[in-house]
Design a protein around this ligand. Structure first.
Ligand code: 13P
Length: 251
């Protein structure tokens, strides 16, 4: 049985006071939500403050990126061990916005994935095709390459702390969600790639989240799909009521 994960990626939003307001509103709304792993991912500067506010609650803390070395002369970077120190249990790696705007490649994503796992973090490893790639019928080729290159060198044991997030780039922030069938088709393919790279048990156990314009209105349909184990939510995670609604999709 795979435990569903609902994660909120706050991207470059929320100052300290805004972040506190959001989590303080969210905590009571989701406190009785059981059987679901809840994660929020604020910007680096508010991690410690949000961590204090989340102590004793059922909400986990994630960062939106991390560097692959533990320490050194790397101006501007933050390492996995520093994220643990700030209270994170999870980290998002390889988000398409990082691939698109910050030169992230499958190779750098792989280095970050390995470093984060070895430090003891659970990774939300993001993959997804662009609109152009989908129109060129490259979706499966791109997904297979991103998974294979992204998790190369990761052991079967480490894979237990890997959550894959399938986020078709054309569905992010556009209001265009993949249909339930389109998402299910991609998730099933992804699980098949994991089976090929590891084994059927690992594939059966790995959680695969969908991301891209997930809202209270469409979460139920997505979550009803056999291979969809949760959601990575952007815009709708910035308001406590809409995020709580998504967290409580099964009610
Ligand atoms: P939206 O939910 O705003 O489309 O963002 C999805 C996303 O990128 C989550 O990581």
């Amino acid at each position: 049985m795979r435990k569903p994960v609902i994660a909120g990626n706050w991207k470059l939003y929320k100052t300290t006071s805004e972040a506190l307001e959001l989590v303080n509103e969210l905590i009571p709304l989701v406190k009785n939500a059981s059987g679901v792993e809840i994660v929020v991912a604020p910007v680096f500067t508010v991690l410690s403050t949000v961590n204090t506010a989340l102590k004793g609650t059922n909400i986990n803390l994630a960062a939106q990126d991390c560097f692959w070395d533990e320490q050194g002369a790397y101006t501007g970077e933050v390492s996995s061990t520093m994220l643990l120190d700030a209270g994170c249990s999870h980290v998002i790696i390889g988000h398409s916005e990082r691939r698109q705007f910050f030169g992230e490649t499958d190779e750098t994503v792989n280095k970050k994935n390995k470093a984060a796992l070895r430090a003891g973090l659970t990774i939300l490893f993001c993959i997804g095709e662009t609109l152009h790639e989908r129109e060129e019928n490259q979706t499966f080729t791109v997904l297979e390459r991103q998974i294979t290159d992204g998790i190369t060198g990761i052991t079967k044991d480490e894979l237990k702390n890997v959550i894959i997030a399938y986020e078709p780039v054309w569905a992010i922030g556009t209001g265009k969600t993949a249909t339930d069938d389109q998402a299910q088709e991609a998730h099933k393919f992804i699980r098949g790639v994991v089976a090929k790279l590891y084994d059927s048990e690992s594939a059966e156990n790995i959680r695969i989240l969908y991301g891209g314009s997930v809202k209270p209105e469409n979460v139920k349909g997505l979550m009803a799909q056999k291979d969809i184990d949760g959601a990575l939510v952007g815009g709708a995670s910035l308001k406590a009521d809409s995020f709580a609604h998504i967290v409580r999709f099964s009610e």
